[in-house]
Design a protein around this ligand. Structure first.
Ligand code: SAH
Length: 244
């Protein structure tokens, strides 16, 4: 039997945003691995083993997934949103790089609706012109690099999607990020706080960056800072497609 390793995105929360391709991979899986809250979204059934792990265990999880696939199992590694955006796909390839014996494995990456797209759709079209995405977690990179990227993104007048703005173990980071953007002249920019988008706890707030408070974000919030032209029209927020 030939095993397979599929790395799939579950979307931002609503089941309707799981792609048919991902649903079909899950229906066919013998094993699902992932961070516990994501694995909890998978319905248990006979013949399916669920392997939940902690969010700091990504490399070990990736190795375990490759080992199971090499044994002939149909393994799906799940991420929320898209698996290639600050998520498991890179972790699997990092583990693969260090394990030449597994280079023959059949691997597929199945995209999902990433949080910034679901959040943007709720607000209108804040990512309608050039934009970038920055992960504010400093688990895997120094804070000085995050600050540099924030400053340069502000200077380039990108709309900026901020993932992982804040956690209990990193209370200062987001406050500092707001300060850096304010100092870079972004005080007037419309800033969207999209909490738990497409779930029952969804909440969307928008205000000028200078009025944003650090406690408006938590780990289930995606923050979008508009560019200098991002504006409101009625109850919607959008970024024009042109710039001068
Ligand atoms: N792979 C995921 C991102 C993982 S990083 C994706 O593509 O969406 C985790 C961060 O994603 C969270 O801290 C938050 O910033 C964002 N996020 C994930 N789901 C979200 C949701 N439903 N609503 C708002 N933000 C979300």
């Amino acid at each position: 039997m030939t095993g397979t390793l599929t790395i799939a995105g579950l979307g931002p929360g609503d089941e309707a945003l799981i792609t048919p391709e991902v649903a079909s991979a899950l229906a066919d899986a013998t094993d699902v691995l992932g961070y516990a809250p994501y694995v909890a979204r998978i319905k248990a059934r006979q013949g399916l083993a669920l392997h939940a792990s902690d969010n700091r265990e990504e490399l070990r999880r990736a190795e375990e997934a490759m080992r199971l696939a090499a044994e002939g199992r149909r393994v799906v590694v799940v991420s929320s949103g898209d698996p290639g955006v600050f998520a498991m796909a890179s972790a699997v390839f990092e583990a693969l790089e260090a394990a030449p014996q597994w280079h023959g494995l059949v691997i597929r990456v199945l995209p999902g609706v990433t949080a910034m797209l679901a959040a943007a759709a709720r607000a209108g079209a804040p990512l309608g012109h050039d934009f970038c995405a920055i992960n504010l977690s400093d688990n895997l990179k120094p804070w000085s690099l995050i600050e540099k990227r924030l400053r340069l993104a502000a200077e380039a007048d990108f709309a900026i999607a901020l993932y992982n703005p804040r956690s209990a173990s990193r209370l200062e980071g987001f406050a500092r990020a707001l300060q850096v953007l304010n100092q870079a002249g972004c005080g007037d920019r419309i800033t969207i706080f999209a909490h738990a988008v497409t779930t029952a706890d969804e909440r969307i707030d928008a205000l000028p960056l200078r009025d944003a408070r650090p406690d408006m974000a938590d780990m289930r919030t995606l923050v979008i800072v508009g560019n200098s032209a991002t504006r409101r029209t009625g109850r919607w927020i959008y970024t024009p497609r042109h710039a001068s």
